[in-house]
Ligand binder design. Structure first.
Ligand SMILES: C[S@@+](CC[C@H](N)C(=O)[O-])C[C@H]1O[C@@H](n2cnc3c(N)ncnc32)[C@H](O)[C@@H]1O
Length: 246
């Protein structure tokens, strides 16, 4: 059964643009992005399905910070990993921005969900003229990765503590994939598992940017020896990104 709810101005505009014939009273709690199959991320039109998280505005900062890092370090051909790529929004928008600046790159996009990876692949074909330097990998974290050391690792892995899932807005908990949300009992399960592998996969002088829950602080994570980390805020002034170097 669908419930009638008042759409926000953003949702009304979104439906007007992508699905003007849809009866907005009939969409219930389903996010409008799943109704239309589209979402804008960094000014690019990404396809989404119920197998992919709907990219969030705050995650755009990861791409901006990655570009800044590439500029600051004059990287002529950065190697980049986007782990838990979902729709591919992070890795693909970074590729689009680098291509515009004629900076060559190699970007690995991975996810444990094959269905999400297929959406990411489709997005790459739509948004890039020559997506040949993108490599898609079905992988639990870094398990199936070749032995590469990356300049940049981006990861927006599930980070919501399991007990908080039931309290999320119905548009999130009833529609977005649980595999994209649930970060285990404390929300740090996947991030800690990734941190453990970072010394093998990040170049000395490289940077890993990991999105985190705003209830987390540095004490929420286990850092292997040799890692330095700090937390930066998102566009809503909430602690959101773990910036990790070796
Ligand atoms: C929060 S979503 C982020 C999606 C996208 N990167 C974004 O920023 O919108 C997390 C993604 O991680 C994937 N994922 C969950 N567990 C994983 C694991 N163990 N290894 C790799 N990917 C995983 C999910 O399938 C999902 O696509």
């Amino acid at each position: 059964m669908t419930t009638k709810r008042k759409l926000t101005p953003y949702e009304q505009n979104h439906l007007r643009k992508w699905a003007p014939k849809i009866d907005s009273d009939a969409i219930g709690d389903q996010p409008v992005e799943y109704t239309t199959g589209h979402v804008e991320f960094l000014g690019l039109d990404f396809l989404v399905t119920p197998d992919t998280l709907i990219p969030r505005l705050e995650s755009e900062q990861m791409v901006t910070d990655a570009l800044q890092f590439i500029d600051d370090h004059d990287l002529a051909h950065p190697t980049i990993a986007d782990i838990g790529t979902g729709s591919g929004c992070l890795g693909i928008s970074l590729a689009v921005k680098l291509a515009k600046r004629q900076i060559p790159y190699s970007i690995f996009l991975s996810d444990i969900s094959l269905k999400a990876l297929k959406v990411a692949d489709l997005n790459a074909q739509r948004l890039l003229h020559s997506p040949e330097n993108l490599f898609f990998l079905e992988s639990n974290l870094l398990e199936n990765f070749p032995k590469i050391q990356f300049d940049l690792i981006l990861a927006n892995l599930p980070y919501i503590p399991s007990k908080n899932i039931a309290g999320l807005d119905p548009s999130v908990k009833d529609f977005e994939p649980k595999i994209a949300l649930d970060g285990g009992p404390k929300g740090n399960l996947f991030i800690n598992a990734l941190l453990d592998k970072i010394p093998h996969f990040l170049k000395k002088g490289g940077l890993a940017i990991l999105e985190i829950d705003d209830t987390h602080d540095l004490k929420s994570f286990s850092f292997p020896k040799g890692i330095s980390a700090r937390i930066t805020n998102d566009c809503f002034h909430k602690p959101r990104f773990l910036m990790v170097t070796l």
